[in-house]
Write a protein that binds this ligand. Sequence first.
Ligand SMILES: [Zn+2]
Length: 75
Amino acid sequence: MAFINCKLCGELVNTDNDILCKSCAKKMNNPYEKIKDYLFFHRGADIFEISKATGISKSLILKYIREKRITPMDK
Ligand SMILES: [Zn+2]
């Protein structure tokens, strides 16, 4: 059994499972978390920027905005 450091947070991970620890892998698979993370570092980014940077479709981003789960134009 070999261990490596998680690519995102540096936590020790069993390489048999992944290159990411469980919490980071979960985060990466969750588009909402991905958008939230992106917006944290890129305040004021518009839908096109978010979609391009995260690879998440604009319609899904719009859905989150409509549900008020994210607020991209917040300055
Ligand atoms: Zn991690």
